[in-house]
Design a protein around this ligand. Structure first.
Ligand SMILES: Nc1nc2c(ncn2[C@@H]2O[C@H](COP(=O)(O)OP(=O)(O)OP(=O)(O)O)[C@@H](O)[C@H]2O)c(=O)[nH]1
Ligand SMILES: [Mg+2]
Length: 399
């Protein structure tokens, strides 16, 4: 197994990699991450490299013991995948929900640290000492406090979830179709939604997990139909399981959309693996088949590729940054939305002396009316369901 130890300089919440050292590691089950020789040369290298303030060891989880040993040997903070992702999340969390999700994801980390500390205390008889006549040992008190904290966070999250459920049913009521935009972190989801909706409040950033909250933005399709684009949290390969658990609630919204748009950074060297990862996460979220089969794949950042080759006909190439390919994308979104919601766009000729037009205003979505005053008629562009069109025909054309 290969793992990397990466020296980092921490400038506020942005890390710059100062040196990347590839070292083979022992299997994760083994107590020590690095063999003796490797560990010595790593230690030397880290000490010699100026400006290293932290080391990232590219393994899923370091045991608290290894973490402490490495930190003591190297004199800097040591991160594994779990703690580095948590740290990035923590820096980017803005809303109450994102902050709560992170606190929840921190609990297992605190729990395993606690075990380690108690193991140390054991040597001093700490485990068996009772606190203030309460009949609880120090370990039990800590475990209870952690449990209480976890319960509190879970109930606060549940409250927020119920609120979101309510919002979702209100949204449905208004009948705006919902398009979820998803993809690997940093692929350009926020930039794309900003370009599609003109929503200047959106802030794309060249950083991992810039978006940690699901937000909704209204945009217009070519027929002036309004859709709601949902900006989602980016995916990351080998994202620690516990994090996925606590964030899947946020991703759950995806299931309730009318259409999925999968954005890929086609300029990224790992673009194929990123796609596989996204599809795997979707599989685990148990997305309904109809959403998986109608999903639109967007190849973003084509401006960074010298000559973009069309490889798959169903794919839509765009540059969200340079606003290229957006009209075609909007057309494709419209087509799929009409398909999935069973609606059609129709041009109907109506007689203005009848209640046809007011009926259409009430029962369908009128997009445009071209009046022909001489004839006393109008051509009306409407979006309506098959069922509503059936009723219309029955009422006004006698079919
Ligand atoms: N050259 C180029 N850069 C792009 C394009 N689209 C997005 N970017 C850049 O890619 C970076 C990430 O963009 P975001 O829109 O924040 O990506 P995201 O998918 O929302 O990322 P997370 O929210 O972190 O998951 C930013 O620096 C954007 O300017 C594009 O079409 N071309
Ligand atoms: Mg984003």
């Amino acid at each position: 197994m290969m793992a990397e130890a990466v020296g980092l300089v921490n400038t506020l919440d942005n890390w710059r990699v100062v040196d990347k050292i590839i070292m083979s590691t022992k299997t994760p089950e083994k107590k020590r991450i690095f063999g003796k020789g490797n560990f010595q040369s790593l230690t030397e290298k880290i000490r010699q490299t100026a400006g290293i303030t932290a080391v990232f060891v590219n393994v899923q989880r370091l045991s608290p013991l290894s973490e402490r040993e490495l930190e003591e040997a190297w004199g800097v903070k040591v991160f594994d995948r779990y703690s580095v992702v948590l740290h990035i999340f923590r820096c980017n969390a803005r809303t109450k929900e994102a902050k709560l999700q992170i606190s929840l994801a921190e609990i297992p980390l605190l729990r395993s640290r606690l075990k380690n500390e108690v193991a140390n205390l054991d040597q001093q008889g700490g485990r068996t000492r009772y606190i203030g006549g309460s009949g609880e040992t120090l370990l039990e008190v800590h475990q209870r406090l952690l449990k209480e904290r976890e319960m509190k966070i879970r109930s606060a999250l549940e409250k927020l979830r119920r609120k979101r459920h309510l919002l979702r049913s209100q949204r449905k009521h208004k009948e705006f179709p919902v398009v979820s935009v998803l993809g690997y972190t940093n692929c350009g989801k926020t930039t794309l939604i900003k370009a599609l909706t003109g929503d200047s409040g959106l802030q794309p950033k060249n950083q991992l997990f810039a978006t940690l909250d699901v937000t909704v933005h209204a945009g217009q399709l070519p027929s002036h139909m309004t859709v709601l684009y949902v900006d989602t949290i980016g995916f990351l390969s080998q994202l620690p399981h516990q994090l996925i658990d606590s964030f899947s609630a946020t991703l759950e919204d995806i299931k309730h959309s009318d259409l999925l748009v999968h954005v890929r950074d086609i300029s990224h060297p790992e673009t194929v693996n990123q796609k596989m990862n996204v599809l795997n996460v979707l599989k685990n979220l148990q997305i309904p088949d109809r959403l998986m089969s109608s999903m639109i794949e967007v190849h973003n950042k084509i401006d960074l590729i010298d000559s973009y080759q069309f490889t798959e006909p169903s794919v839509l190439p765009v540059s969200a940054l340079e606003e290229r390919g957006l009209d075609e994308l909007k057309k494709a979104v419209e087509e799929e939305i009409l398909n999935s919601t069973g609606k059609h766009i129709l041009d109907l000729k109506v007689d203005l002396s009848t209640p046809q037009l007011s009926w259409l205003y009430k029962e369908a979505t009128v997009q445009d009316v071209q009046v022909n005053a001489d004839e006393g008629s109008a051509v009306v562009k409407v979006i309506m369901s098959t069922a509503a069109y059936g009723r219309y025909k029955k009422l006004f054309t006698g079919w």
